[in-house]
Design a protein around this ligand. Structure first.
Ligand code: PEP
Length: 249
């Protein structure tokens, strides 16, 4: 669906400082006056208030990088969806491959996190993607469908309110990008799966993530089922992030 406004979301991962964030955001805000897409930055939790204050009045939406699967209670170290909401958070990443890999998040955990976000009025950006081993074994389609099915199953008709990010694990932070054709093929699979689950699936934005950069963004974003990007490394450099933003139209 090319008619949807594209979304470019930066994922800062565990990077930043008060001073560096301010410099980066100043440059992004100054450079995106004529942007034609929605823009978000997913920042470490301690910086949510700083970033929210700095981007208020701009077109940038604040995103968190994770949310608890629980509502409240004895979960030391976790941050709830309602706490994020209080900080003006508009989007939250759920199921990023680094969370699945290093924190052993299951498909069920990810589905629960998406549910918590939706209940708090925050848009979950549900990340799915196969490892290199899974791609080489011909399992890409089965893996991403299984990951998304868990979210669909738990969230029912609310899934029309989510964003999905296809992020092949082998492309994240490696400099190795899926070709536009490879990405589009998986996006088409996800689009079909969503359409079977919701009559409003056409409003769901499907982002591509995995070494998206200033040089390859336009080609990826020109694919019919790619509605934006989830950008890691390149979102930490204002000129690169701005070039990606301006490629999204
Ligand atoms: C990510 O962290 O979601 C990501 C896509 O990272 P990178 O762009 O650095 O591959």
């Amino acid at each position: 669906m090319q008619s949807k406004k594209k979304l470019i979301a930066g994922n800062w991962k565990m990077n930043g400082s008060l001073a560096a964030n301010q410099t980066l955001l100043d440059a992004i805000v100054a450079g995106m006056a004529d942007a034609q897409c929605d823009v978000a930055v997913a920042v470490p939790a301690p910086y949510l208030a700083q970033v929210q204050a700095q981007v208020s009045g701009s077109l940038i939406g604040v995103a968190a990088q994770d949310v608890s699967a629980h509502e409240s209670g004895a979960y030391t170290g976790e941050v709830s969806a309602s706490m994020l909401k209080e900080h003006g958070v508009r989007y939250v990443l759920v199921g990023h491959s680094e969370r699945r890999q290093y924190h052993h998040e299951s498909d069920a955990d990810v589905a629960q996190k998406a549910q918590r976000a939706l209940a708090a009025g925050i848009t979950p950006i549900v990340c799915v993607g196969e490892t290199l081993q899974e791609r080489e074994a011909g399992e890409t389609e089965a893996v991403v469908k299984r990951q998304l099915a868990a979210v669909i199953h738990l969230n029912g008709h609310c899934i029309s309110e989510i964003v999905v990010a296809y992020e092949p694990v082998w492309a994240i932070g490696t400099g190795r990008t899926a070709s536009p054709e490879q990405a589009q093929a998986v996006h088409a699979v996800l689009r079909t799966q969503l359409a079977a689950a919701s009559e409003h699936a056409d409003r769901i934005r499907l982002l591509y993530g995995g070494s998206m950069n200033a040089a390859n963004a336009a080609q990826l974003l020109a694919q019919p089922d790619i509605d934006g990007g989830l950008v890691g490394g390149a979102s930490l450099k204002a000129p690169d992030f701005l070039q990606i933003i301006h490629a999204a139209r």
